[in-house]
Design a protein around this ligand. Sequence first.
Ligand code: UDX
Length: 464
Amino acid sequence: MKITVIGTGYLGAVHAAGMAELGHDVLGVDADPAKIAALAAGRAPFYEPGLPELLERGVESGRLRFSTSLAEAAAFGDVHFVCVGTPQVPGSDRADLQFVDTVVTELSRHLERPSLIVGKSTVPVGTARRLTGLAAAAARPGLAPDMAWNPEFLREGFAVADTLSPDRLVFGVAGVDAEQTLREVYRLALDRGTPAFVTDLETAELVKVAANSFLATKISFINSMAEVCEAVGADVRLLADAIGQDARIGRRFLDAGVGFGGGCLGKDIRAFRARGVELGVGDALEFLAGVDATNDRRREKVVQLAREHLGGNLAGRRVTVLGASFKPDSDDVRDSPALYVARALWDHGALVTVHDPAALENARLAAPHLGYAADVEAALRAADLVVLLTEWRDYRELDPLLLAPLVSSRVVIDGRGALDADRWNAAGWTVHALGRPVAPAWDVTPIITSAVADVQSSQEEAVA
Ligand code: UDX
């Protein structure tokens, strides 16, 4: 099929490459010429495992092309996926729909044959129906496009797999033609048994925000439990393991820590609440304010712990922050808890050095005033405190024994519960994970003393 994907950010670039991989002829469109140039050369403009290979294959096969022109998109495609951003309006909780509105209007103006526009962006419920009117008003007589909503559930870091083998498909449609077209687009996935849910437009829009609200609620739930655990010296990890055994609850998304961030969960729950108020059902979604507030408190808790570990004053103290992206396997720093905490520590006067395996460049753009180090050892040198805020595998695999001599104080705040506390304690580190009792360093003096004695006696033997 001839497909366009408009908006080539984290969602659209992967969707475009995925559609080409599934055998469609795809034109990716974005207003940013630099992004389009990179993609056209087969380069991913952001970090996403597996995407460079997918892009390369698509571009080389000739099935994947890129352009900055919506007119070209209208001339090329029969199905147009809208993947542009819906950021939070500054100073408000609402979603900014200007990009979605502009794309749908402009594209519709240029359409020359019957077409289907498929929204993928996360939007307030009711948007698809409003866009149907906008598109009809902009299109030439008789060429009003059909409209469908097909929300995306991909997770950054797993976006390629989530796109090629989704766990479910949701087709929000206003008629049977759109459903047939979407079934054709996703034929391979459907043949493999992926469940498809065919709904009205509004339900499809709601599925997305409801899913993200549930995920955010689950994370804030366990983080609220972490707060209670901290008050009584209990262990939230064990609590999560025990309640997670109940199949109705499930263990996934019960990892307590510094909370959620990224381009979706936070902004989506805020926009959903704002939409609920507009619809007169604000009370039904009021709990999302609590979800958001819990998430904010976890970030502040890390700052408070850092202050406590450094004797009440952060001014002039060296703090190494491990992690800048909002989660591992991503270079995305949007609403990143890690970067939020790094900034807050700096605001309190700390000398902050940030390390991240992939997000350093984006972090530097977002917070140029912080210190950055490209390798972990350099980042840790002479640190008074280490704060781990993104659970990259690189950090889990660090050798605490090798790092011990680098820092000036062996204390780590584990904001993601990522470290093996026993191993770090045995290497002389105090580990303070959120929601868990402080794991004190073992006294390594005897080990060091005996190691020194061994060396001395072997030297004496050698002399004798
Ligand atoms: C999310 C949804 O999972 C996805 O379905 C939707 O399409 C977009 O939003 P993503 O933003 O890529 O995906 O990240 P996700 O893996 O959901 O993690 C979100 C945040 O929650 C991260 O900051 C992560 O560190 C945090 N998190 C996740 C926790 O703090 N604890 C957990 O147990 C799980």
